[in-house]
Design a protein around this ligand. Structure first.
Ligand code: C5P
Length: 312
């Protein structure tokens, strides 16, 4: 029997994020194109002798992540334990690389990682559709962290259909991390305020974006990027205007706020262009730090398991 399972789980960016009107349940109907990038958290879940669950977080922004029952990975473990009728406590260890409250679904990634790790640890073997339904109860972006790749999200973002793009295409991104975070509910609320009661049409998928992905053409993709949450994110975090302007003037093919922000991302032609764009973004200094990433990346995947014999 496995004593411990480690899962790698990717961050996401939204290549398109079209937001419809506010729904009676407090969410907004979306049409979004999720894209997983190879910036990953690692989530390890181990069987514990202790009589409570525990979580320890290290890495990028760890101090801002709750290490108690409010932790999304802990909530995921508890949800799966209840769903699968399991008993026994676990120790969760999270190594963060995805920045916190940054619009890259880092918390959702940790929840998805914990679901996959516990499913393997306990041998629950839930069908993918059931794991995805459980994930959707934890947060709108959690099902996509399970799936990875590039996919259209509808509803709250939890209804996914993989996008058949050019399967050979890899995109090269430069990520600009901001100093500070943004609250997702506040960004949505600010969008509603900016819309000022005007009629908002149902969101629709960008044909141009889908065509660009089908063709695997980064130049077209760069022109087709779009995010309805960018305007409210910029109004709450005006420094992002400079970050976006820096990336545009340094020759990115496209520049956008990621999800509800404040991370901004920039599309490069290829790996070499991404490295030089990242270096020049660092020099420009219009953000806290800069990273490069490629996509699409795989969804939450088991990378190591340790069994009882190795633990003695
Ligand atoms: O689903 P999740 O907990 O990640 O969503 C966080 C918050 O983001 C929600 O409480 C809501 O305010 C906002 N949201 C929304 N419409 C969506 C997804 C999220 O208004 N489709």
């Amino acid at each position: 029997m496995n004593q411990s399972v480690t899962v790698r789980v990717p961050a996401k960016i939204n290549l398109q994020l079209a937001v419809g009107p506010l729904r009676p349940d407090g969410y907004h109907d979306l049409v979004t194109v999720f894209h997983a990038v190879d910036l990953c958290d690692e989530v390890t879940v181990a069987l514990a002798e202790e009589d409570t669950d525990s979580v320890a977080v290290s890495g990028e922004g760890a101090a801002q992540v709750p290490a108690d029952g409010g932790n999304l990975a802990m909530r995921a473990v508890r949800a799966l334990r209840a769903r699968a009728g399991m008993a026994g406590n676990v120790r969760i260890r999270i190594i963060k690389r995805i920045p916190v409250a940054a619009g890259m679904a880092g918390g959702s990634a940790d929840a998805a990682g914990a679901l996959v790790a516990c499913d393997e640890l306990w041998g629950t073997g839930l069908p993918a559709a059931e794991l995805s339904a459980l994930a959707a109860q934890l947060g709108s972006d959690v099902p996509f962290a399970l799936l990875g790749g590039t996919a259209v999200g509808r509803g709250r973002g939890e209804q996914l259909s993989p996008l058949a793009g050019d399967s050979a295409a890899t995109y090269h991104w430069v990520l600009a991390y901001a100093d500070g975070g943004l609250s997702t509910p506040l960004v949505y609320k600010t969008l509603d305020q900016l819309r000022d009661g005007r009629d908002v049409p149902a969101p629709g998928l960008s044909d141009e974006l889908v065509e660009a992905l089908r063709a695997g053409d980064p130049f077209r993709l760069g022109r087709a990027l779009g995010n309805d949450l960018q305007a409210p994110a910029l109004s709450l975090f005006p420094a992002l205007n400079e970050t976006l302007a820096a990336g545009r003037s340094l020759g990115s093919l496209g520049a956008l706020v990621s999800g509800s922000g404040p991370t901004c991302f920039f599309l490069a032609r290829d790996a070499e262009h991404a490295a030089s764009l990242a270096a020049r973004m660092r020099e420009a200094g219009a953000c806290r730090s800069v990273a490069v990433a490629t996509g699409p990346a795989a969804g939450a995947s088991v990378i190591t398991t340790e069994d009882a014999t190795r633990h003695g």
